[in-house]
Design a protein around this ligand. Structure first.
Ligand code: GLP
Length: 250
């Protein structure tokens, strides 16, 4: 595992974007696993800037997103499909038909989960999976529980996740209580995992995930078992990790 400790959010975003762009340049027809949340917004903005400068093309890239709220239409302003369109897809040359986000309006959510797993299998797995992390250690929407959920599944969001995500909605009552999320197996099968973390409020969970026991109570801790994880964070989020494991980057 390699950990890049960056001075601030901007540097963190540039470093994460550098790693994604290295993947895309190295393998133009790669499969990118993409994430939402506030942390990767700067990373996407940097990728868009490099695309606009002509340094990067997503023309052959195919993507799979981690998750989607159940019950939200793709054009709902808080849906993860909408987030991806506004932060990345609408601004680069990725082909719309090559982007995948679970369908939050699926009539049969279980069938949608199976369909989604078949898409990932059909791709032969993800080359580079971008991840953020929730305050309770969730990855995608794999919430703390007594077992690691393997496949794409419907999840009941925890109170702490609803609480954390209500800032994006008009009120807490508007936050959906369920979501569709890629399971831990697909995440672990990615050839490389890039996690981005930012802010002092993440420091404790980052320490638990990477220095504590591997446990489904902290879903991100499973990444300790992955052979190719890159963690990119700002100093505020990483300051509880042992200094000797950090590669400083500015
Ligand atoms: C949501 C998403 C996660 C994301 C998490 C953290 O719950 N489902 O994929 O990692 O939020 O978000 P943020 O980066 O805003 O802290």
């Amino acid at each position: 595992m390699r950990i890049y400790a960056c001075a601030d959010y901007r540097t963190m975003s540039r470093q994460a974007a550098n790693i994604i762009s290295a993947q895309v340049i190295f393998k133009p027809d790669c499969i990118l696993g993409l994430a939402t949340g506030s942390t990767p917004i700067g990373t996407y903005a940097q990728l868009v800037e490099w695309y606009k400068k002509g340094d990067l093309s997503f023309a052959e890239v195919r993507s799979v997103n981690l998750d989607e709220y159940l019950g939200l239409a793709p054009d709902h302003i808080q849906s993860y499909r909408y987030f991806m369109q506004k932060n990345l897809f609408d601004h680069v040359d990725i082909k719309p038909e090559n982007t995948n986000v679970p369908n939050g309006l699926a009539e049969d959510p279980e069938a949608e989960c199976r369909r989604y797993d078949r898409i990932i299998e059909g791709f032969g797995g993800v080359d580079l999976q971008l991840l953020g992390m929730g305050h309770n250690g969730h990855i995608g929407f794999n919430e703390p529980s007594n077992a690691f959920p393997t496949d794409t599944h419907v999840v009941e969001l925890t109170h702490s996740t609803i609480e954390a995500n209500k800032r994006f909605f008009a009120s807490e009552a508007d936050v959906p209580h369920k979501a569709l999320t890629m399971g831990v197996r697909s995440i672990l099968q990615a050839k490389a995992v890039l996690m981005v973390v930012s802010g002092a409020d993440k420091a404790e969970v980052v320490h638990k995930a990477f220095c504590g026991p591997v446990t489904p109570e902290v879903p991100a801790s499973i990444l300790q078992l992955h052979r190719n994880v890159i963690l990119v964070g700002d100093m505020e989020a990483l300051h509880l990790l042992p200094k000797e494991v950090l590669h400083l980057c500015d």
